[in-house]
Design a protein around this ligand. Structure first.
Ligand SMILES: *Cc1c(COP(=O)(O)O)cnc(C)c1O
Length: 219
């Protein structure tokens, strides 16, 4: 699927939910070390790119420093990599998955950095992210105490399942948390990947992270 085809699908899913819903696309480029696919996507208008490893991101950020890309970090962040990531001056860290990690980012950051709180909405033990029950409380605690962590909303990975209802359920639960946080300034509900972005949008997602379905057309 190329970017135009993706946009058409996003458009159809968005209109099922609401004509007022605007959905941002983050192109996840972790499957390639080559920067040509990123350049091609940029030429077609894509501006937001996501990576899940600090090392890989560093290489791409440096190789593409001449074009104004909006970089999103989406992977599990080890504390010993925080400084390296902050030095890349990324646009957003989508994968803040504990209060402890937020604290570590806050301590090391020299200025506020946009972040999303990652939620484990499918309750799968292999997944990172806050348990649903702790999400609102932790979000508010970070907002209150950690001035360099500029929370913009939440992120989740949908249930790993063949069953559409299971996937939808994890997105519904995440959207409920998002609604509770809107009065506190939450603006982004990042959910939906190649296999489930249409369901995510139908459930209110306003940011999708698309890797395999998109990047294969540009390699
Ligand atoms: C890899 C990844 C994606 C993109 O996944 P695809 O299924 O390839 O679209 C989105 N979000 C996160 C957190 C990822 O690690």
């Amino acid at each position: 699927m190329n970017l135009d085809e993706l946009i058409q699908k996003v458009e159809a899913a968005r209109l099922k939910r609401s004509e007022h819903l605007i959905v941002q696309i983050v192109a996840v480029t972790k499957y390639t070390q080559n920067i040509e696919p990123l350049k091609r996507l940029y030429k077609e208008g894509q501006r937001a790119f996501g990576e899940n490893r600090v090392q890989d991101m560093e290489k791409k950020v440096n190789a593409l420093s001449n074009i104004p890309i909006e970089w999103h970090f989406i992977g599990n962040l080890q504390k010993n990599k925080i400084n390296k990531l902050l030095n890349l001056d990324v646009f957003m860290i989508q994968s803040v998955n504990s209060y402890e990690l937020a604290e570590a980012i806050d301590k090391r950051a020299k200025k506020p950095i946009r972040c999303l709180l990652e939620i484990n909405s499918s309750k799968e033990p292999t997944k990172h992210g806050l348990p649903i029950e702790e999400a609102v409380e932790t979000y508010l605690k970070i907002k209150e105490n950690l001035k360099n962590v500029n929370l913009q909303g939440i992120m989740t990975i949908g249930a790993h399942s063949e069953n559409e209802n299971e996937i939808r359920k994890s997105f519904k639960l995440t959207y409920k948390i998002f609604e509770q946080l809107k009065p506190y300034g939450a603006k982004i509900c990042s959910m939906g990947m190649s296999g489930d972005f249409e369901i995510a949008i139908e459930e209110g997602s306003n940011m999708i992270r698309i890797g395999s379905a998109l990047i294969n057309s540009y390699m």
